[in-house]
Design a binder for this molecule. Sequence first.
Ligand SMILES: [Zn+2]
Length: 578
Amino acid sequence: MIPSVTNKSAYYARTSSDEQREKQTIQSQIAALEAEIQKNGETVVSRYNDDGFSGAMLDRPGLDKLRADLERKVFTKLYIHSPDRLARDLMLQLLVVKELRKHGIEVVFLSHKFGSSPGDQLLFQMLGAISEFERAQILERTRRGKLHKARSGVLVASIPKFGYKYIPKTDTTPGRYEINPEEAQIVEEVFRLFNTPYVKGTRTLSKELYKLGIKSPSGNLTWAKSTLAKLLKDSTYIGVTYFNKHMACEPINPRIVGRRRRKNSSLRLRPKEEWIPIKVPAVISPNLFEETQRKLARNSEMSDRNRKYEYLVKGLLFCSCSKKMYGYPCHGEPRYKCSDKYSRYPLPKICTNGTVPAEKLDSAVWAAFLYVLERPQVLTDRANKIHASRRARKEGLQTKIQDITKGLHSIDEQEKRLVKAYSAEVINLSQLKSELADLSAKKDALSHEERKLEAESVVVAPALQPNDVERYFRSMKERMLSASFEMKQEIIRLFAHQIIFNRGQMLIRAYLPNPIPDELPAAHSAHKEGHVSTTPQSSRHCGRNRDFSFEIKLDLNRPGEVFLEDEMLEGENISLAA
Ligand SMILES: [Zn+2]
């Protein structure tokens, strides 16, 4: 153990008369205590002994002297053989240990290292429980005291509300609020401005206050919306302030992960019956306050949080930066926003694509689908053109492959001839070797080309049948005429698999099943299951690779202009205008 220079050590030893009879001398205890203190490099400043005294009472000369010395701070550390040397029963032990601790004495028990015997454990659990109980008692006493003061109409909080100053209590008068004329004028102005027709809500009110150069309670020109909302709802300004309005509780969404100074750092409103009203001087008239509450209630009814908007293309919408876009309400307006900022947090966002009003985007997408369904011919024409071009390309590739096969065959012939020429001794070995090497290189090149062309020669899907597409679109259109929100969403999801947004420019990537199913896919399962078809023949070929994919382009700033464009004609960039 590290020797302590600051510890002034003492010990207490006791034997009862029974123990004396059993020849358990106090000397053995003293020896052990002295040895321990010496071992710890400390010096004994005081010794307290009670030889032959019962532990049933605290009335012992040695202990009395010890307790008297506590006040005089004779020692800082006390060694005792075991807790039962202090007293026989737990309650008396507690009493003494508590008293020692109160004086800041470090207590060391020798024979029983702490926690080893059940009796010691109990003693220390009791000590812990008692101090906890005392803390709670103090808190309860002060809380009850405050409640009592508040119930008798006395102001409890000494931090004044904005608009007031706190006049501390004197011997004759309790503490109270008085109006702070400068601040009260600002409060009045805030209420007055809020009730003018051109101020819509706390946001415009904050702007107005900024324009007028009216400073907030924190001395800034910018007023937080939350500060204004709180102020406008505060009944203190019509002369009634409340005590016991909130209770402390654990925050639902703790801001800081990790340590917190207090467990219950959040405030929750108590039931109104528990509030204790205290009269204070009024700053504004009850009429103005009532008017304010009505306006606040109206605003809250129309506020973004209370307004439900269903986002039509949620889950399908992507930002041009490749992140998903999600719907969120912003100042009462539903918008779509790129998730870049959140996915990168706490790093700064990179995406500068901005947000877009959801209603504008949704209705443009819906209009685009209506437009497409009006034009089955456009899609079938495109599909058939692709089909024709693919077939032509395939035919071209096959001709090339045939040419290569011919070339490979002629190389084989040449090789045979060279070997013949060598055996007839027309050419020598080195000539044969070099000629064969040339031919082998040519052969490799041709084989490589052949493999490449074969890979390119993809399977050509059967062409879309215009009648089928028309029938499919017609039945779809019937649904669309009276489409509910869910139906609209379902129809969009049936075709579109991705919608990309880039500063007002939109690209919708969509599919058309090929062949067209005889019936519309069953509701809800349509998107998840892919294209459900009833004919056994088509169900064999219903993979996405056989689907006809197409793109719809639109510009949010030029509504009505929709471009249908397919992505399969590589290199060609033909757009089909309306
Ligand atoms: Zn983005």
